[in-house]
Ligand binder design. Structure first.
Ligand SMILES: [Zn+2]
Ligand SMILES: [Zn+2]
Length: 403
């Protein structure tokens, strides 16, 4: 059984709550040090003030605790996964900067029928979430039968995955008139008819990316069920951050499949903060399958794109960049960036303070739109944004009164 090392959780030395919960203080790396690389050397007071402004209270940003480490959860299964501080994020040689020549996230459906992939709504959410970066929807990349192409030279030669048990006839992603071969196999748990190989699909996306102007990243969205290795049951998504490519599958997020493919213990994240005058999941109108499905896909999309921006899994807070080793864990994670991720995003996207407010407003508008408004998770996300705003305004008022 894996041993969990408590001291890997970094707590501010003055965090009485964390200490009372049994966490060891990590005197060498106090929490506020994570915010240090704002470049204000010798301005410790400013750094601490910034940290406390961003951090807020535990209602909006609960930390991960030992109670969150359960069998089947990422940190329990992989307790040695290293943390990523802001300094490490900024100095990561694999991380690419957003700049004039790499300023666009392209979102593209990959599949047999355009109508099955709601790329426009996903792109809208991504654009609000990663405020400031350009997001462009591309025409669908067709997934075709490998045997459809008579002209042999047009197929990109490959020998991978031939003759494996359970394998089905291969498919091909059509990119610029060529087919990139995609292995397929029968669904091992019978949830779907077939699964397609994630890495082969990624090859297709990389080929498409080469043809694009100013691409920072490309996000593929497919309704196909995915697998990576022969031992996998399924994979919901993957990104190769250094290459700026990510792929997500909608297949397992379908709420209509929750009874057969889901975990009966899974509970969607819901904001339980002290909100008196905001809508909550319990007072929401009847939820809608498509709305829930779309919202789940959006949460997976921004997580995978977070890796493209250079963010590693979060081990500090409940956060959209937490790792996920099961559906149970994926469903329970919040949709928002924790303070550390917010600062990393600010650095990557070059946000000034006013951009944080603009991001919040853009996200509110998307979450309140018809496509999302019947997903309890989206309604809860809105409630969280409201609570966070109230908290920040109370803090600003406090500062004004002190002055
Ligand atoms: Zn991840
Ligand atoms: Zn985080």
């Amino acid at each position: 059984m894996p041993k969990v090392k408590r001291e890997r959780f970094v707590c501010a030395p003055d965090d009485e709550v964390a200490q009372a919960m049994g966490f060891a203080s990590h005197a060498k790396v106090p929490l506020h040090a994570l915010w240090r690389p704002f470049g204000r050397t010798g301005a410790q007071a400013n750094v601490s003030k910034t940290a406390s402004n961003v951090t807020g209270n535990a209602n909006c940003f609960p930390r991960l605790t030992d109670a969150d480490l359960k069998p089947g959860f990422d940190l329990y299964e992989d307790p040695e996964h290293p943390p990523q501080t802001l300094k490490e994020f900024k100095t990561d040689s694999d991380r690419r900067d957003v700049g004039p020549k790499a300023n666009t996230i392209y979102v593209v459906g990959v599949g047999e029928a355009e109508s099955s992939v709601p790329v426009a709504a996903i792109a809208q959410y991504v654009e609000a979430f990663y405020h400031g970066i350009k997001v462009t929807v591309l025409p669908m990349l067709p997934l075709r039968s490998w045997n459809d192409v008579e002209d042999e030279p047009k197929r990109k030669a490959t020998t991978k995955g031939k003759g494996k048990s359970g394998s089905l006839s291969p498919l091909g992603v059509e990119v610029s008139g060529s087919l990139v071969r995609v292995r397929a196999r029968a669904s091992p748990d019978g949830v779907g008819v077939r699964q397609v190989n994630l890495n082969d699909m990624i090859d297709g996306l990389l080929a498409r990316m080469e043809t694009l102007k100013n691409a920072y990243a490309i996000l593929g969205v497919t309704s196909e069920d995915l697998f990576e290795g022969n031992d996998d049951l399924f994979t919901m998504g993957r990104s190769y951050g250094g290459s700026g490519v990510a792929l997500i599958s909608l297949a397992r997020d379908n709420p209509a499949l929750d009874d057969v493919a889901g975990d009966p213990a899974a509970r969607e994240w819901s904001f339980a903060g002290p909100v008196s005058n905001t809508p909550s999941a319990t007072s929401s109108p009847a939820s809608n399958t498509n709305s829930i499905w779309l919202y789940r896909a959006c949460c997976t999309a921004v997580h995978e794109l977070g890796h493209c921006l250079g963010m590693d899994h979060c081990i500090y807070f409940h956060c959209f960049m937490q790792g996920s080793a099961s559906l149970l864990e994926a469903r329970s994670q919040p949709p928002y960036p924790c303070p550390l991720e917010l600062v990393k995003m600010s650095a990557a996207l070059k946000w000034a303070p006013e951009h944080l407010r603009q991001r919040e407003e853009a996200l509110r508008a998307v979450l309140a739109s018809l496509s999302f408004s019947r997903a309890p998770g989206a309604i809860s996300h809105l409630a969280w944004l409201t609570a966070r705003r109230q908290e920040q305004e109370a803090k600003e008022k406090e500062v004004v009164e002190l002055v």
